[in-house]
Structures are given as structure tokens and as C-alpha cells.
Design a protein around this ligand. Structure first.
Ligand SMILES: [Fe+2]
Length: 438
């Protein structure tokens, strides 16, 4: 039990946590689940004639997914507008553009419902837009101090349904929206159960168009959620908040999240090669989408840790994709540094990844996991060999990255299963410059 770790739950008695909780949107999964979107909306109370907005991006308009969803909704007697200017890794300005679109079209009231269609960036744009319209003001009002005003979201707003077209981020079920604050070169999250979607509709037929490189990158994010969730601290290592409302949204692993992590790791590690090398393999795509969902249910309830904390400063400064950043950092952070927090658990993960650990000591088996994970990445042919190849990062950049991680990512670092100092983070970044010889 650690008092330190519980500072995110400010009001508590000094007694250990005994309760865990999971909150999820409604989930509808499977081939052509898109055809049930209108049913899903009606189930959430949206009535015939209601006017909704699809928040998406240009690529998805061009390849026809947006048209498919739009036609389906119009056939079901809804009125639909489309905002297809979501940007990758959205900034405050990107969100403000979407807010301006909504306010121009529908005033402060906004639309009757929202559909976020796309990868994590489109879904985060949709989540943030709906929340800000419902609560008023701008995105910075709801980002934690000192960057923002740190106001709490009181309202969820009208129904929001998210439809992922990548198997990775978990934004469709997560209680967080990640935004980049460009002038400060940081990424910040708005974290609240009010920002969570009401439903997620996951249709693997929307994911076959994802090119190999993005398939690999998003898969590494999904695997990261599963592994970080599996290896984070246990929920009962925290203190119990006096008011259940103050229980943190990332509250540690539970028997339920562990079950989802295990299944997610099996699905993702067993299908990623097929999905990357043959994008039309619908069965592999379906397994990946399911694996990513399960990884998110686990990791984004239990909580991401060190690797995600280190990824945000990298992504913001070098504009790298979240998934490839996670890919590059996972061996040194989650599988390297953190393995010492519970070698037994990492050794069991090695076996889950297919390593034959016969005759190995626990520590050797835990180390072998890192090797196996790197082998998986190399098999995919499209991932960078380290931070150096990712964005030309050198040893000279590591000071800034380490300081920035410690200064801005306390929320995630506090929950890391092994205590971590700036010096440690420095060493891990250095280790991640080269995971293999490029
Ligand atoms: Fe992630």
C-alpha cells in the first residue's frame, strides 16, 4: 500500500482499496456491425429526424467509409453533416476548428448526436468536441492545471458513438482524450468518465483498408495497452478514497483486466503478422480489432504506465505516430526496466508470447520476452529500429526528453509498477535509441 500513489484520490482514509470498478460504453462488435449503427443510436434515445455530425478525416471520406455510414444514417431517417477535417494527433487549434464548425452550424446547443469515425485522432476530436459543446467554453478549460484551467466536466452531452477504423488506440472505450498543446511541446489528456463515448461500434470490415505500416504501428499501441495493463500495480495497492467518485480512472489491475490482457496478448501477437502482410485477411483483421478492444478494456482501466508517459513528449516534439513511439519505447521501458518489478509475471508473459522457457531461470525468461518482442517487430518489416531511426533522436536530445517526461507525466509515472527517477528515464531513453542494428 502506498500513500504516494494515491495522490490522485485526494480525500481518503488510510485504509487499503478493497473495491474495483469498471465502466464501459455499450459495445457492438463484428463484421458489418456498421449496419446496426442506427439501431444503436435509437437505443441511446436518438429519435427519427435527429440531426447528427460525423467527425472523421479526409482519407476516410476518400475511401468511402464515411459515405457508407452517412447513407446508412440517412436511410434510417436521420439528418447528417460531416466534418472531415480531423487532424492526426489533434492540437488545441484542431479541436477549436471542429468546435467552430459545430457552433456555426448549430449554435451553442450543438448537434443531437455525434459519430466519431476513424483512428484515435478522429475519435479524440469527437470526444473532446462533444464534451466542450456540452459543458461550454474551450478545450483548455478542461485540461489539468497549469496548462489548462483544470475544470471538471459535469455533463456528457448528447449521445456519442465511436467507430474505430484502426485496431489500436482504444479511444472508443477510454475515459481520456489526448491533445497536443503545441506552444508547450506537450501532450495533455482530458480525463473523465464524462468524456467516454456512450457506445462503440466495431466493424472489422472498416479496418481492411489500413495500410501495413499503420496496421503495425497501431497494433504496437494495442499490445502496449495489454502488456502495461497486465504488469501495472494491483488495484488494492492503492488507498481507498472516502468518496467513490474520487477513485482514479486508471486504478490498477484487477482479475477482470488481467483476463482481458491475456486474451488481448494472444489475439494481437498471434495475428499481427498476418494482418500486416495480408491486409485483406478479414479473420486476422477481426482478431486484431478484438485484441485491440480487449487490450484497451484492460490497459485503459488498469492504467498505462512508464512507456506511455515517455511516449507523449517524444510524440509532441517530433510529431511521430503514437503507435510507433510506443513500439520503439516498449522494449527498454515496459519489458526492460519494469521487468524487475515482478520477474515472475514477465516470465509468464514470455511463455504467452511463445518463448520456450524450459531450463531458463525466472530472470532469463523475463529477459527473453524482450528479445521475442523485438523479433516480432522486426518480422513486420515496417517499424523503426529505435528512437534514432524513428526521428533522428540522438543522445543530445535525451536530457530534454527525460526532464519533460518527469515534469509533465506525473499522472502516469506515479502508477508505474517500479519507482522511477529522472536518471532512470534518461537511461531508458538512451537504451531505446537502438533496439536493433538498423
Ligand atoms: Fe496508447
Amino acid at each position: 500500500m502506498s500513500y504516494e500513489r494515491s495522490v490522485s484520490a485526494p480525500s481518503h482514509e488510510l485504509s487499503p482499496e478493497t473495491v474495483w470498478h469498471i465502466q464501459m460504453p455499450q459495445i457492438r462488435f463484428g463484421r458489418d456491425a456498421t449496419d446496426e449503427l442506427a439501431f444503436q443510436l435509437r437505443d441511446l434515445g436518438v429519435e427519427e429526424g435527429a440531426h447528427g455530425l460525423i467527425i472523421t478525416d479526409e482519407t476516410l471520406s476518400d475511401i468511402g467509409h464515411v459515405g457508407r455510414v452517412e447513407t446508412h444514417l440517412e436511410d434510417a431517417k436521420f439528418a447528417v453533416d460531416v466534418y472531415d477535417e480531423s487532424e492526426r494527433e489533434p492540437s488545441i487549434a484542431d479541436i477549436e476548428n471542429c468546435l467552430a464548425f459545430v457552433r456555426d452550424e448549430k449554435g451553442e446547443e450543438g448537434y443531437d448526436f455525434y459519430v466519431g469515425l476513424g483512428g484515435g485522432s478522429c475519435m479524440d476530436t469527437a470526444k473532446t468536441t462533444r464534451a466542450v459543446i456540452a459543458n461550454g467554453g474551450g478545450p483548455l478549460d478542461y485540461i489539468a492545471e497549469p496548462t489548462g484551467e483544470g475544470k471538471a466536466l459535469d455533463e456528457s452531452g448528447p449521445p456519442l458513438v465511436l467507430m474505430p477504423t484502426t485496431a489500436g488506440t482504444g479511444a472508443e472505450i477510454s475515459p481520456v482524450s489526448i491533445l497536443s498543446v503545441e506552444e508547450k511541446e506537450i501532450k495533455e489528456g482530458i480525463s473523465s468518465n464524462h468524456i467516454r463515448a456512450d457506445a462503440a461500434v466495431l466493424d472489422p470490415t472498416l479496418t481492411t483498408t489500413l495500410p501495413p505500416e499503420l496496421t503495425a504501428k497501431t497494433a504496437m499501441d494495442a499490445l502496449g495497452h495489454a502488456i502495461e495493463g497486465y504488469t501495472t500495480h494491483e488495484y488494492d495497492s492503492l488507498l481507498r478514497p472516502t468518496n467513490p467518485r474520487e477513485r482514479p480512472v486508471y486504478a490498477g489491475r484487477t482479475p477482470l483486466t488481467e483476463m482481458f490482457s491475456e486474451k488481448a496478448i494472444d489475439l494481437l501477437s498471434g495475428n499481427v503478422r498476418k494482418a500486416v502482410h495480408n491486409g485483406d485477411d478479414l479473420e486476422a483483421r477481426e482478431n486484431m480489432l478484438q485484441g485491440a478492444l480487449f487490450g484497451a478494456i484492460a490497459g485503459l482501466t488498469a492504467g498505462a504506465s512508464l512507456c506511455h508517459a515517455m511516449a507523449y513528449p517524444v510524440g509532441n516534439k517530433y510529431h511521430t505516430y503514437h503507435g510507433e513511439t510506443i513500439a520503439v519505447l516498449t522494449p527498454a521501458s515496459t519489458l526492460g526496466y519494469n521487468a524487475a518489478s515482478d520477474p515472475e509475471r514477465f516470465a509468464s508473459l514470455a511463455r504467452r508470447f511463445g518463448v520456450d522457457t524450459t531450463g531458463m531461470s525466472t530472470n532469463e525468461a523475463a529477459d527473453a520476452l524482450k528479445g521475442e518482442y523485438i523479433r516480432l517487430q522486426r518480422d513486420l518489416n515496417v517499424l523503426p529500429s529505435g528512437l534514432a531511426e524513428l526521428a533522428g533522436i540522438t543522445e543530445d536530445d535525451v536530457d530534454w526528453l527525460a526532464k519533460q517526461t518527469v515534469d509533465t507525466q506525473a499522472r502516469l509515472l506515479r502508477c508505474n509498477p517500479r519507482p522511477v527517477t529522472e536518471e532512470d528515464v534518461h537511461a531508458i531513453f538512451t537504451d531505446a535509441l537502438y533496439n536493433w542494428e538498423p
